[in-house]
Structures are given as C-alpha cells and as structure tokens.
Design a protein around this ligand. Sequence first.
Ligand code: ZN
Length: 213
Amino acid sequence: MLNIETLVFNPFQENTYIVYTGNKECAIVDPGMLFPQEEEMLEDRINSLGLTPKLLLQTHLHVDHVLGAAFVANKWGIGPMAHEGDDFLVGQAKTMAAGFGMDLKENPPAPVKHLKEGDIVELGDVKFEVIHLPGHSPGGIAFYAKNEKVLLVGDVLFKGSIGRSDLPGGNQHELIDAIRNKLLVLPDDVKVYSGHGPVTTIGEEKKTNPFLQ
Ligand SMILES: [Zn+2]
C-alpha cells in the first residue's frame, strides 16, 4: 500500500509530498517549507496520520525544493538522499533564496547518501527505483514505484509542460532525451507527481504534452 499526501509550500507553490506505506513509515519528498506555519502544517499532518518519518528524499536540490530540509533533518534526525550531480547547489541555497527575497536561516544539510540510476529505495513494503533525469538540473532523479504505478518526478515533467533548462547545469536536449527514453517508456497508467501543479499520467503526457509531440 502506498499513500501520497501533497502539501503546497513557499512562494514557488512547490509540492512537498508525504509518502507512506501500510506500516506507517513515511518519506518526506522535497520539503519546501519556508515559514514556521508551513513547518507546523507538515508536522501536524505527519502526527495526525500517525506516521514515523524514515526518509528524506530529494528529486533535486533547487532552492524551492530544499527550503525545509534542515527542519526535517533537525526534527526527525533524517538526512537528505539525493544525486551527487546536484551537490553544487547545496552551498548556494541561502544566497539563491535571498535573491528571491526569501530568508533562509541556513543552507540545507548536505546529502547523507547519494542515489544513482538503478538504485532501489525501500519504504515499508514499497520499492522505489531511482531514475536519473538530467536536464532540469544535473542531478535530477525520479522515484518510481513500479508495482504501485507511482512516479515522483520533481521538476522534470509537469502536466502539459516540462522543466525549465535555463538554470545552471540545465540542458534542454538532455532533458527531452531523458523524458523520452526513460519516462515515456513507462506504462500509460503510471501516475506522475510533479514538483509543481497537479498530478498527471504518463499516457496523458505522451498524448497531449506539447513539448513531447
Ligand atoms: Zn527545480
């Protein structure tokens, strides 16, 4: 059993996901809390669902996806797992945030574990395969639960759009290649949870996404 709760945080309207299984263990994916009220919302949701946070997973390390990483690490003693291709972004987070008028107290913690293509991340009885998707950021990854038909894709693919590739380390050619070769080959009924905006499916994006026709 796999459940997904979505919370939308910070001025970028970033999707922070609480992913949990039958044994009530949860992963927090891309914690984007900027304000104390947002930290409280996440904590309240986790407590009211009776969950125990076990994993802090990062699809990538752009600032709007890591604003709440230090809070999660301090609160529950779990460090981020991310692809090493995005490590260069960790030390820039505070400065980047300031550039967007956001006051980030400290840089996010450095990853405690690096994930790469083909790695398996286990949460309760659910297995997530790591898919490396460079192009939006060099270390972008998706978490794919094959049996549950769930894909947490970060900012690589959105309903009707794709990630931007004009940020440091971005590359549009790489991005579209990665989407075509690694995502559009998945079954049509796989649900896609993006870093911003609504849920979609692989089939819907294959058919209607203007960037992929
Ligand atoms: Zn991003």
